[in-house]
Design a protein around this ligand. Structure first.
Ligand code: PLP
Length: 396
């Protein structure tokens, strides 16, 4: 494939796709694959959605980039739309999830310094994934991802997942904490949810302590779980929300949104991005948001996801190798009793693209446009593969 001049940081599968349409991808030989990965939660509207093609083509013909030296009306329009959708007040635009989280981390530190905390700390969760830049890698709770990149950054405190008592203990023992940063549903960590009411409990503690609540909704947001944000499913409004992935349906764009004090912390010169929020990316994101609303895709994702989870549970009932099927909307994890290094290739050979995270969790993040029929195809293709594990010798 002529890949010898690429750095070796990805374990890529031996396949490339030539074009896509809806939830399907096609390789050069015309083979069709049902894409239940959705570009890792990016292709909300599937592939080659005509509204996005039209918006991106028109904007490319008019103006790609001017820089943040000048006003960018499309960026202003996107900030208005997105802050309204998220109950936030201001937006900073960048190009990826890690950058959105970097902005959130910097806001938390500014918040701390404003309160005269000299070395502000952010509480982050075990098993979290927040990105690969040095700060977000430090915030990420995966030793394998961090190994070799030490020294990591200071300023983070790790807390067990879904453990409000542990968070209360941190509050009672430290006076240098300024924020809690978490994914409302952990994605890379294995589609791990908080207990119902837990996020509200964390919100309460943050209010009592004067801490900012930062919700990384880069994977869980954009309508995937039913509401526009997964934190909204719990009736919780964070102080800072980060988005990326699906926001541009494949055109790179990230956003850090804030409300209250956090909304006004950045001043000219203390943060920026050359490409961030350029006309092309903002036009794409505006088109994505318009389609999401017009087609009511968050509600569709919630209904299709609920159906698919219950269907998968029924079809795998009694299988010892399935520990749990969990998730919300179209963010679904199937936890197995063993690591499954060959399952992704086996599914691909049957025309289904899936992802496995944390070694033993099948992760489904299909486009939100997935229909009930297409969800049934996912179940048809996947369940025999899971059933076959039952009789296969265990992978080492
Ligand atoms: N935060 C979460 C919850 C993610 O799932 C990801 C990517 O998987 C990131 C942050 C990092 O996003 P990016 O790869 O765009 O930097």
């Amino acid at each position: 494939m002529g890949a010898n001049h690429l750095m070796g940081n990805y374990a890529r599968q031996e396949i490339a796709f030539e074009h896509g349409r809806g939830v399907f991808l096609y390789d050069a030989d015309g083979n069709r694959y049902l894409d239940a990965v959705g570009g890792l939660a990016v292709n909300l509207l599937g592939h080659a959605h005509p509204a996005i093609t039209e918006a991106v083509s028109a904007q490319a013909a008019a103006l790609l980039h001017t820089s943040n030296l000048y006003r960018i009306p499309l960026q202003e329009q996107l900030a208005t739309t997105l802050t309204a959708l998220c109950n936030m007040e201001s937006a900073f635009f960048c190009n990826s999830g890690a950058e959105a989280n970097e902005a959130a981390i910097k806001l938390a530190r500014l918040h701390g310094h404003r309160r005269e905390i000299g070395a502000p700390h952010i509480v982050v969760m075990e098993n979290a994934f927040h990105g690969r830049t040095m700060a977000t890698l430090t915030a990420t709770g995966n030793r394998r991802a961090q190994a070799g990149f030490e020294p990591l950054l200071g300023g983070f405190v790790r807390c067990p997942w879904d453990d409000l008592d542990a968070l209360r203990t941190i509050a009672s023992q430290r006076s240098d904490v300024v924020a809690v940063m978490l994914e409302p549903i952990q994605g890379e960590g294995g589609i791990r949810q908080l207990q119902p009411g837990r996020l509200a409990g964390i919100r309460e503690l943050c209010d009592a302590q004067g801490w900012l609540l930062i919700c990384d909704e880069i994977q869980s947001g954009m309508g995937r779980t039913g509401h526009f944000l997964a934190s909204m499913d719990e009736g919780v409004t964070p102080d800072i929300v980060t988005l990326a992935k699906g926001l541009g349906n494949g055109v790179p764009i990230g956003a850090c949104l804030a409300r209250g004090d956090a909304a006004t912390l950045f001043a000219p010169g203390n943060h920026g991005s050359t490409f961030g929020g350029n006309p092309l990316a903002c036009r794409a994101a505006l088109a994505v948001l318009a389609v999401l609303e017009k087609e009511n895709l968050a509600a569709q994702a919630a209904a299709t996801g609920e159906w698919l989870i219950s269907e998968l549970r029924q079809r795998t009932a009694g299988l010892q190798c399935v520990r749990e099927i969990r998730g919300r909307g179209l963010m679904i994890g199937i936890e197995l009793d063993r690591d499954v290094p060959d399952l992704v290739a086996a599914a691909r050979a049957r025309g289904l693209l899936i992802n496995v995270t944390a070694g033993n969790v099948i992760r489904l993040l299909p486009p939100l446009v997935l229909t009930r029929d297409e969800a049934a195809q996912v179940a048809d293709l996947l369940t025999p593969l899971i059933a076959a594990l039952e009789t296969a010798p265990e992978a080492t």
